[in-house]
Design a protein around this ligand. Structure first.
Ligand SMILES: [Zn+2]
Length: 247
């Protein structure tokens, strides 16, 4: 796994990150909308703001897919031949279409960007502890093979900002559900879960290449200025939006 630096962009009040490893793919546009500077924690990114931003970035009008996230492991696919539905429900999504942008929203859960340049497929995953435990990473790679004929070794992946192993305390009851190597244990402290590590292991087991996996080291809990965090701000926490689409 390799570190991923980002560029901070802004347009009025809207601030978003773009990640250098993904900027190398000129057939896609992507980003990660973060907290705006003077935003209180509960301010949500409005659909219209997102639409405007995506239009500005992609220079075209696109349909924006905002799936209802349910902490499951299902991977949705939207192919060129499919009719667009009004609603999508699921935590991972893949497409080869140019007329849509995929989004997932997060506040501590791990956003994962997927790019497969050979077949020109892009995707996003929302991976919290439940989805991770259910193997959402593995399921997404399986769907990519089945529906788009992708080879796992052609994927480039990027783990975006999430609550990291410095802060993601979990109970002992929850810790036993995961392999011990995904856990950080310090004497006298609750175990901490390394979501990135657990998901990375799933991808490596599926045949994704280690050198094509990138991660930001930014913890949403630690960095109050940039990120929303459900653990830190509770029910009033806003959400950040990851988006990706084919130009
Ligand atoms: Zn932290």
């Amino acid at each position: 796994m390799r570190p991923a630096d980002f560029r901070l962009n802004s347009d009025g009040k809207t601030r978003w990150l773009s990640f250098f490893p993904l900027l190398n793919f000129d057939f896609i546009s992507h980003g990660f909308v973060i907290k705006s500077k003077e935003q209180n924690p509960s301010t949500q990114v409005k659909r219209i703001t997102l639409k405007k931003l995506i239009k500005r970035i992609s220079a075209e009008e696109k349909h924006i897919i905002i799936p209802q996230q349910i902490h499951g492991n299902e991977c949705l696919t939207i192919k060129k031949v499919d009719e667009l539905k009004r609603r999508y429900k699921g935590d991972a999504i893949l497409t080869d279409r140019k007329d849509i942008f995929l989004t997932v929203s997060v506040a501590d859960c791990l956003p994962i960007f997927l790019v497969e340049p050979k077949r020109k497929v892009v995707g996003l995953i929302h991976a919290g502890w439940r989805g991770t435990l259910l193997g959402i990473a593995k399921e997404t790679i399986r769907k990519a093979k089945e529906k788009f004929g992708c080879n796992p070794e052609d994927f480039t992946l990027l783990f975006g900002p999430a609550i990291q192993k410095c802060c993601y305390e979990i109970s002992e009851l929850m810790a036993i559900l995961f392999d011990e190597d995904g856990m950080i244990r310090m004497p006298g402290e609750k175990p901490k879960l390394d979501l990135i590590y657990v998901n990375m292991k799933q991808f490596l087991n599926c045949g994704v290449k280690r050198k094509k996996i990138f991660a930001t080291n930014d913890c949403t809990f630690c960095n109050k200025d940039m990120f929303h965090s459900f653990r830190r701000d509770g029910d009033k926490a806003g959400r950040m939006i990851a988006f990706i689409g084919i130009k």
